[in-house]
Design a protein around this ligand. Structure first.
Ligand SMILES: [Zn+2]
Length: 104
């Protein structure tokens, strides 16, 4: 059994952590893709600087599939996701690698 003692390091640099809305894993903001809802349209905010309410997804296909299923994203963003808007996000997700680390 591994004992992972996570000591609070007072000199630790502040790395903001966010959790993916699909797998709920906590990661640093840099390792996630931010989606932001501005003016009722959900956009992929690659710079992470878009104004508005943001949610995060892992850059992995599975998380996008899960995150875009049902109304999870809408619920998290408290926004309506039009079907064409959803399609843009689904297509983006389809270009992401699968989680499985099986490069062949
Ligand atoms: Zn995830």
């Amino acid at each position: 059994m591994k004992s992972n003692s996570k000591k609070q390091n007072p000199r630790q640099r502040h790395v903001p952590e966010r959790s993916c809305i699909a797998c709920r894993e906590k990661k640093s903001k840099r390792d996630l893709i931010r989606l932001v809802s501005s003016t009722g349209f959900v956009e992929i905010d690659l710079k992470g600087k878009g104004a508005g309410r943001g949610v995060y997804l892992c850059p992995m296909r599975e998380c996008w599939e899960t995150g875009l299923k049902g109304n999870r994203l809408e619920h998290a963003l408290q926004a309506k996701l039009a079907s064409e808007n959803r399609q843009v996000l689904v297509e983006y997700g389809q270009n992401l690698p699968r989680k499985r680390e099986n490069h062949s």
